[in-house]
Structures are given as C-alpha cells and as structure tokens.
Design a protein around this ligand. Structure first.
Ligand SMILES: Cc1cc2nc3c(=O)[nH]c(=O)nc-3n(C[C@H](O)[C@H](O)[C@H](O)COP(=O)(O)OP(=O)(O)OC[C@H]3O[C@@H](n4cnc5c(N)ncnc54)[C@H](O)[C@@H]3O)c2cc1C
Ligand code: FES
Ligand code: FES
Length: 463
C-alpha cells in the first residue's frame, strides 16, 4: 500500500489488518508521536490527516494509535516532524515553546499537532480555540500555558503551504485489498462490491473510524480473519438536507457532519462537543456508535428523540428500520448477518424543542454515566402533541420511555405534567449500579434531567 507522510510517498507491505499507524511511524524512525495509552485517551500519538471540507480540504487531528495502517491507503498525513522546516519552528510550536507549554515533553508533539491543525482550520477568525487540544493530556505542565499559546496565535499567511493545500480536495478513497495470510483487509469502493463481499463472508466485521475496534485490538488483542472497511462507500458518506428529512451517512465522521450541517438543531450542536474529544470525533461515526449497541453510546438517545430511522443494506436488499426497534438486548442489534447501516434519516419537521444532557464524571471527554434526550412539539394552545423521552445508561440498551411520553400527550407543558412523566420514568427504568453510578443515583438523575429540560424549555412559566 502507498500513502503520504509529510508530503513524501511511503510504502508498507505485508502487515496484518490490526497494525496501527503509530506502530508504523515509530518503526520508520518518526518517533515524535508517542504511545501514552493506546486507547485514544491521551493524544500523545496525534497526527494530522487531510480530510474533506466543504471548501476543499482540512487538516484534522487524529489518534494514530487508533488509525489502522491499512485504512491510510491513498491518504495524506502529517506528523510533528513535518510541521516545520529544519531550523525553524512552525507558529504553533513557537507559541507553545515561548509560553512555557512543555516540561518533560512527552505530550508536546501531540499538542503541537492538535494546535497546528486548529491554526490551519479553514475560515478561522480570531485566535485559536484552546478546546481544539481537548483530547490531549499533559501530566506536568498544566494547561494554562498551552491555552495561552492557542490564544496568542493570529491568522495564517495566504502563502503558507498548508493554507494553499487546503484549497485542494482531500485524496479520494479508492478500493483497496490488503493481502495477508491471516489478517487481510478489504476496502470496497461501491456498496454493491461491499455487499457481495459480505454475501461470501457475512460474519466479517466491518470497520469505519476504528475508534472502538482498534481499542479492542490494542488492549484486548482482538484479531480478525478479515476486516471490511466501509470508509470508501459513497452511500455511507452522504449528507442530505431536504424539506422532508436530513440524511446522515453512517460512515461520515462526526466532525464532518458538524461541518456539513451548520443549521443542525441546537440539541445536536450542543451534543457534538460532548462526544469524546476532537481527535475521536474526527474519526468516530454514527454507524460505528449505533452498531456497537453500547448502553452508554451517546448518539442513540439523541437520535431516538428525533425519531431517527436507519437505512440498512444487506444480502437480502435494503430496508428502513426505526431506531427504536434496532436495539434488541445488551450489545445486540437487529442487524442481520452481512447487513450494514447505510445512513440515518431524521424526519422533518423537527420537534420544536429538544435537548440532550450528558452526565459523566468529567464534563468533557468522558463516557456517559447517563445520557438523556427529550423532544416536544406543542399546538397553538400550548398542549403537547408529541413527546420523546430517551435515555442511555439506564438499561441494557438505549431506551425510550413510552409510558412517560404518553403521560405528556395532550397536556400543557407545566410542572404538573413533568411530575407525571417523572413518575412514569421511575416506574419504567431499572438501571444497574456500576463504578460510574448506583442504580438509585441514575434513577434520580433520569428524573431530574426531565425537570431541567422543563426549566430550559419553558422559562416563562418556570419563573
Ligand atoms: C477515547 C474514547 C472516547 C470515547 N468517547 C465516547 C463518547 O463520549 N460517547 C460515545 O458514545 N462513544 C465514545 N467512544 C466510543 C466510540 O468512539 C464511538 O462508539 C464511535 O462512534 C464508534 O465509531 P467508529 O466509526 O470509530 O466505529 P468502529 O470502531 O469502526 O466500529 C465499531 C463497531 O461498529 C461496527 N460498524 C461500523 N460501521 C458500521 C456500519 N456502517 N454498519 C454496521 N456496523 C458498523 C463495526 O463492525 C464495529 O463492530 C469513545 C471511544 C474512545 C476510544
Ligand atoms: S496513545 Fe494515547 S491517544 Fe494514542
Ligand atoms: S509536558 Fe510532561 S506530560 Fe506534558
């Protein structure tokens, strides 16, 4: 296979599908990227990937410990070694050094790459956003100097080579087969080819961004006899905003959805930054998040509140399934052997008010203890015509609570209605206790978040 590192074409041969880019970089002497955790938590391994952007292309920071090397065929990446010319530092590197943003230096290449990608963010006006480094951890410097470095940076000169590169498109992903006697990798470029592959090997695991799958490989030594990548399938990368629905491709990374959908309802715009870190969002997909069927996956509650439908394709053809019928049991979905999620459809009109809440040990970059999403529509008299109440982290699967939704129908949106729905929530949910929270805590939070939604969405009456 071939791809570009720091503007140079490199080749890699005869490696298994679970080999990561980080491993390859270090074997090539590019040791700026470090392994801190091997599970996407620290950003010490960060590199910048050239990705599609509405205006051309854009550098996005990603965790090289979770990037499968095979997925890079035809792609273009930059490591910390490629950010500057010999003897000079790039502006973000200079700012980090001058502000005292590095002590032992272990995390520094990762911070430098993250800030470099932010420095070159198309359309940026004003200083760099310190949250762009939100997926990078530092154990010794403290974040203040790094924040100062970000805030000290101005605009990028038009003649900057990375700026000029961003006017051109990102590499297009073509079909690719990685032969390997034990662990081959296939990246079909059409849905028809992918389905015929899956017809022959219906149990072959799919891979999209690999932010779940590569953790399994790195930490739990999972190996696959064949991996099938869905990254190059155009049908899984659609973004369509029509009068009747919004369709989100199952293999579009979350940050690309965010960039393509500036008119997304506020609940979605608040949801994006709460999902993992920028580095994870630059690879993680909706298809991967839903297919794992994690009870604490963050997309399911929000999508349930918007009545999402899944468009599925498999050996027996295509079908559309309400998301509310997708999760069958703990980590089990309605996907048939050889079937994949093509896209997620959100019907219009969207509910008039909706909200997403995530409760976790840390406000950002953490797994949910509990997530809740609510939506409501009211008639002109202020009576509730439609309500959705959905949770993650309170059962073996993400759930809706139909009894609580029914308790609101036809009623005014007031505290008495909230109380009725809270009782129905308490009666319906049977959360478990674990290291993130007890059952009693989860049950209490599930009810109080509904009240929080009320105070957010009906401020006049609440006052
Ligand atoms: C550090 C870190 C933080 C995280 N934080 C969060 C968080 O805050 N919230 C959260 O919800 N998750 C979080 N995750 C989990 C993960 O990022 C998400 O589940 C992500 O959306 C998975 O998408 P992916 O494309 O990377 O999936 P992959 O790892 O590529 O695949 C995951 C699974 O989905 C299957 N799959 C992928 N695409 C399809 C498809 N189109 N059709 C059918 N099956 C498919 C694969 O076969 C595999 O079984 C985190 C992960 C890490 C490592
Ligand atoms: S090594 Fe920690 S995120 Fe990759
Ligand atoms: S400078 Fe030591 S970990 Fe960040």
């Amino acid at each position: 296979m071939q791809f570009q590192i720091n503007g140079r074409v490199v080749e890699a041969r005869d490696f298994p599908s679970h080999r990561t880019l980080l491993d390859f970089l270090r074997s090539q002497g590019l040791t700026g990227a470090k392994e801190g955790c091997a599970e996407g938590e620290c950003g010490a391994c960060a590199v910048a990937l050239v990705t599609p952007d509405p205006a051309g292309s854009r550098l996005r920071v990603v965790n090289s410990c979770l990037l499968l090397l095979a997925a890079l065929e035809g792609q273009e990446i930059y490591t910390v070694e490629g950010l500057s010319q010999p003897g000079t530092l790039s502006e973000p590197q200079r700012a980090i050094a001058e502000m005292g943003g590095s002590q032992c230096g272990y995390c520094t290449p990762g911070f430098a790459v993250a800030l470099f990608a932010e420095f070159h963010r198309p359309g940026r006006s004003g200083p760099c956003d310190p949250h762009s480094m939100g997926g990078n951890l530092c154990r010794c410097t403290g974040y203040r100097p790094l924040r100062d470095a970000a805030l000290s940076l101005g605009s990028v000169p038009e003649t900057d080579p990375f700026q000029l590169r961003s006017h051109l498109p990102a590499p297009e992903l073509a079909a690719f087969s990685l032969p390997h006697s034990d662990h081959p990798f296939e990246r079909p470029a059409t849905l028809a080819d992918c389905l015929s592959l899956l017809r022959a090997r219906p149990h072959a695991p799919l891979v999209a961004g690999a932010t779940d799958l590569a953790v399994e490989a790195n930490l739990r030594a999972r190996r696959w006899p064949l991996l099938v990548s869905v990254e190059a399938l155009p049908e899984l990368r659609v973004f369509r905003d029509s009068p009747s629905e919004v369709e989100l491709g199952a293999a579009l990374p979350l940050s690309e959805i965010e960039a393509l959908w500036p008119t997304a309802p506020p609940a979605f715009r608040e949801w994006f930054p709460l999902f993992a870190s920028p580095l994870i969002r630059n690879r993680a997909t909706l298809g991967g998040n839903l297919a794992t069927a994690s009870p604490v996956g963050d997309s399911a509650p929000l999508l349930l509140a918007f009545d999402a439908r899944l468009n599925l394709a498999g050996p027996a053809g295509v079908r559309s399934l309400p998301l509310s019928e997708f999760f069958l049991a703990y980590r089990r979905t309605a996907l048939l052997p050889g079937e994949l999620i093509v896209s997620v459809s959100l019907p219009k009109p969207f509910p008039e008010c909706a909200a997403f809440f995530k409760v976790a040990k840390r406000p950002l970059d953490d797994i949910s203890t509990l997530a809740a999403a609510y939506s409501l529509s009211l008639d002109p008299a202020g009576l509730i015509t439609r309500s959705r109440i959905a949770y993650g982290g309170v059962a073996a699967t993400p759930v809706r609570v139909p009894a609580a939704e029914a308790a609101l129908l036809g009623a005014p949106w007031n505290l008495a209605s909230v109380r009725r729905a809270q009782h129905a929530v308490a009666a319906a949910l049977t959360p478990l206790s674990d290291h993130r929270g007890t059952a009693a805590y989860r049950l209490a939070v599930a009810q109080t978040l509904l009240e929080k939604f009320f105070y957010q969405s009906a401020p006049v009456e609440a006052a």
